[in-house]
Design a protein around this ligand. Sequence first.
Ligand SMILES: Nc1ncnc2c1ncn2[C@@H]1O[C@H](COP(=O)(O)OP(=O)(O)OP(=O)(O)O)[C@@H](O)[C@H]1O
Ligand SMILES: [Mg+2]
Length: 362
Amino acid sequence: MSDPKELKTLSEAKTYEMVRLLAEGGMGAVYEAKQFGAEGFEKTVAIKTILESYSTNPEFVRLFIGEAKLVADLVHENIVQVYHLGKAEPIYYIALEFVDGINLEEFINWHLDRKRLPPADLCAFIISRVCRGLEYAHNKRGRDGQLLGIVHRDVSPKNIMINSEGVVKLTDFGIAKARMLMEQEEGEVLMGKVEYMSPEQARYEETDCRSDLFSLGIVMFELLTGRHIFETEDIYETLRNVKNKPIPNPRDFRKDLPEDLVKILMSSLERDLNKRYATAGKMGFDLEYHMYHKGYGPTNVTLGNYLKEQLLNKPADGHDPKEAKVAGGGSSADSSVKIAHRADTLFGDLLRSKPESDTQVQ
Ligand SMILES: Nc1ncnc2c1ncn2[C@@H]1O[C@H](COP(=O)(O)OP(=O)(O)OP(=O)(O)O)[C@@H](O)[C@H]1O
Ligand SMILES: [Mg+2]
């Protein structure tokens, strides 16, 4: 083939080698894996396998593939990119951008184990980045110019990741829709994580992008205060809470929260759709105004440095003194927390390390 205009297709079999099991999630397992190319080319990816019981359910597969196709072209800094949807008999799998970091549940738990809360400005930053990812996805149009109508439906701390450079990434777009159908068909109790549902989701009503903002509000409340608004031991009580429980004042749990940040949080948690934020873009903008209107505010570097200094007890990279100051506490390492750094995985040992010290949770 010498004329580039003659090239029509390129086709070759894909091979992935599993490096290690990262997690076993609700629908299957997640691995760190290597993708091989020509002449020793290697790329680290994440492979998410879909349990055989799901892979062999035609209705699930139909919905799952439909959603995967819908989100295939989502390319944004704050979204974990989908590289490939494949089938290796009998299971389906997805190859994803590998995120070398921690999920937000682990980030929250690291603080709670040490009776601490993350700096409020960094919380605002993390949530603002999720808003930007959501805004992009909600507004995504197909090749025909039509709005795709993407709604995440499973915004929760485990589906928000932070990499070692402080980049926040939302993952698992649209997968919840397929899973919900499967579980309802089986006659099981409703679906997955009811504690992060919007009231309209809990009532089985139609959802639009505002549903994701309510879920994000629940996450934001938990990140800022260490408290979950709705969660109880009993799934039905949790559901009732999602639908009816008055939203508590976050300042009852954390007195230092700025009034404008509380206002943003409460607007995302409005049950009345006409009062809730109408778009992720507006919520993201309000958070950014809150962070930056005085001139400086947190960035990826600030968050990355916080992870390195506080969670890993390592020196920070880059130069970000003003922002670190604004973020409130990113500049001095907590010497009481000794965490080994394993060369192959930045956060591997951290999450198994024993907590110690101090007293910020009220
Ligand atoms: N692309 C990725 N790179 C690195 N780690 C990942 C990646 N995707 C997921 N993980 C890790 O694997 C964990 C499990 O993911 P998985 O999506 O299977 O389950 P979950 O998030 O716990 O629940 P859900 O099924 O509701 O999404 C995540 O919480 C995260 O820590
Ligand atoms: Mg997930």
